[in-house]
Design a protein around this ligand. Structure first.
Ligand code: SAM
Length: 294
């Protein structure tokens, strides 16, 4: 099948939708891709070959799935909407290397799915045009479960992509940037206009690639403690790090003990969380843990 005959054209998408009498569900974030160039960019960024596997979340009517089937050795696609399963079976019929699973990706056991599907793949990447209402929980699940992933290449809301890839010092930098960058190296692939979707979403989109790290860039003794401390630090962005940490760890106490701990971690108490590097948060977490503050 050549590219011109792919699913992701306005005409073929409309034909498939009409044939199956499909109606879009906004609540499931259903915005289907109808642009071959964007699909090429997504698939190229994933760096797939016949020895690798691809997991797609939310295949819709299979526009991206079809491309993945042509490029990767083994493909798994998890789709929540039961109405799409017969459509996917129909359009993906010609490809023998695709497993479609009807499930909510947030509930499915991905480790088992990986063992069942990716039998011959040396590496696996997630490649998806994500449903925007659950972008962050999906990405955090993929990263926290420490699946054997190489890349995560996803279309997401532009603003969320900017927050994930932000560096310290700007207003986009926050606990999401730190969580994502702890597990991966984010890279913005391209900005995507609304016009490449049916129906068009209300927000601008971006393709982001998260290169999954083999090990975190900072030393953390207790990940849960580290992420709790990071979140506490950003509770009120306008407040200083000292004030935010005091509310969480020393409610009603004076400043002395807290300031001594901040000093030990070499963090000025008057700074705001948005200026702290991941290294500095890791140091703070170690000092707080040592002092028995959980
Ligand atoms: N991949 C298709 C494309 O690019 O044209 C469709 C992308 S559309 C933005 C998102 C897809 O995710 C929809 O098919 C929707 O039904 C599915 N979806 C929504 N929530 C989901 C969930 N929790 N688990 C699995 N799939 C989900």
């Amino acid at each position: 099948m050549n590219e011109r005959e792919g699913i992701a054209s306005p005409k073929r998408t409309k034909d498939i939708i009409a044939k199956h009498n499909f109606s879009f569900k906004k609540s499931l974030g259903q915005n289907f891709l109808i642009d071959q160039n964007i699909l090429n960019k997504i698939v190229d960024a994933a760096d797939l070959d016949s020895g690798k596997g691809a997991l797609e979340i939310g295949p819709g009517i299979g526009a991206l799935t079809e491309r993945l089937a042509m490029k990767a050795g083994e493909v798994a696609a998890v789709e929540i909407d039961r109405r799409l399963i017969p459509i996917l079976k129909d359009v993906l019929g010609p490809y023998g290397n695709v497993t479609v699973r009807e499930a909510d990706v947030l509930k499915v056991d991905l480790k088992t799915l990986f063992e069942e599907v990716f039998v011959a793949s040396s590496k696996v990447s997630v490649v998806a045009n994500l449903p925007y209402y659950v972008t962050t929980p999906i990405l955090m699940k993929l990263l926290e479960e420490k699946l054997p992933l190489e890349n995560i290449v996803v279309m997401i809301q532009k603003e969320v992509a900017e927050r994930m890839s932000a560096s310290p010092g700007g207003k986009e930098y926050g606990s999401l940037s730190i969580a994502v960058q702890y597990y991966s190296e984010p890279e913005l692939v391209c900005i995507v206009p609304r016009t490449v979707f049916i129906p068009q979403p209300n927000v601008e989109s971006a393709v982001i690639r998260l290169k999954v790290r083999e090990k975190p860039p900072v030393e953390v003794a207790d990940e849960e403690h580290f992420f709790t401390l990071v979140q506490a630090s950003f509770t009120q962005r306008r407040k200083t790090i000292a004030n935010n940490l005091r509310s969480r760890y020393f409610p009603g106490e004076g400043r002395e003990r807290l300031e001594a701990l901040l000093q030990e971690a070499q963090v000025e108490p008057s700074r705001r969380a948005e200026t702290l590097s991941m290294d500095e948060f890791a140091r703070l977490s170690l000092v707080f843990l040592k002092a028995g503050l959980r």
